[in-house]
Ligand binder design. Structure first.
Ligand code: NAI
Ligand code: A1CAB
Length: 263
């Protein structure tokens, strides 16, 4: 059984999510580039993305699976049923980590019965080891494999284990919300630019403010409402902005965004 000292990890599909995971493993030192492998549908483009990271590019899924111990399934969810069954033989003795939204343990048992798999949904901040990785509690991994996978994923951020019926919403909150928060950063950046702050300075300020607010909540465990109240002086400036956000339906807009995905 491999350990993090010698494990070889391969990505089937090497787009945004897979490359973020590779960057996190390389940055953390947990899996160096020379133990990371990838295959994708456009080999030339793949080589550019792997070479810059010191990784191996494989010409086919078969070649990739044979080379590694742990296989990360990082293609679009609708491709999984086409791509994986052809690799079933080679995957039989491998540890499979799925990152595809909507693919739980039951789905994998259907297309790859008897294989060793775990279903997860990470997010793009894994690239700097600040991710959230939702993991289905139900897996078909052995105890040793589960320990290795948790060590690998733990290097990328906070691992949150959930029951099967919560994997979808946990994946949505962790996996999709970076897009929403990036929109918030862009919007506040636009507002800063409107009042004369240069764009680069605006994004630096806004992103640090978002990171600092989130870190404060994590460090203190404060209720977010109490954190908001602490900024709103009576008759002050912030409460005017809070009232404007409420009038614009900010809270229901976020809840509707989640409903649009989960509903
Ligand atoms: N982008 C994100 O923030 C997140 C993505 N995910 C999941 O990650 C998976 C990949 O998503 P993205 O990286 O965003 O997509 P992407 O479009 O950036 O990457 C997809 C990759 O799959 C490759 N590919 C296409 N057909 C292939 C085939 N037949 N064999 C091998 N490789 C093939 C493409 O060349 C590309 O490298 C999806 O299942 C998605 O649900 C999960 C959480 C967050
Ligand atoms: O938008 C998507 O389909 C993927 C799944 C989670 C985040 N991004």
């Amino acid at each position: 059984m491999p350990t993090t000292d010698d494990v070889k990890v391969g990505f089937i599909g090497f787009g945004n999510m897979a490359s973020a995971m590779a960057d996190g493993w390389i940055a953390s030192g947990v899996v160096p580039g020379n133990r990371l492998y990838a295959c994708a549908n456009r080999y030339e483009a793949l080589c550019e993305r792997t070479e810059s990271r010191g990784m191996h590019a494989c010409a086919s899924g078969e070649e990739l699976v044979r080379a590694v111990d742990v296989v990360v399934v990082a293609i679009k969810p609708y491709l999984i049923e086409d791509v994986l069954p052809e690799l079933a033989g080679a995957l039989a003795n491998k540890t499979i980590i799925s990152v595809a939204a909507g693919w739980d343990s039951k789905g994998y048992e259907h297309i790859l019965p008897g294989t060793h798999h775990i279903s997860t949904v990470p997010n793009t901040p894994v690239a700097i080891c600040e991710g959230v990785i939702a993991c289905e509690r139900k897996t078909t991994l052995s105890g040793e494999e589960a320990l290795l996978v948790h060590e690998l994923l733990g290097a990328l951020g906070t691992v949150v284990e959930v029951d099967s019926h919560l994997l979808s919403i946990a994946g949505t909150i962790g996996g999709c919300s970076p897009a929403f928060i990036a929109m918030v950063i862009e919007a506040l950046g636009d507002a800063a630019v409107k009042y004369g702050i240069p764009r680069a300075t605006a994004y630096e300020m806004v992103s640090q403010m978002v990171a600092g607010t989130a870190k404060l909540q994590l460090a203190t465990g404060q209720h977010p409402g109490a954190m908001k109240d602490a900024v709103c002086s009576p008759g002050g400036t912030t409460i005017k902005g809070v009232a404007a956000l409420e009038a614009a339906g900010m809270r229901s807009a976020f809840i509707k965004a989640i409903d649009a995905i989960e509903g």
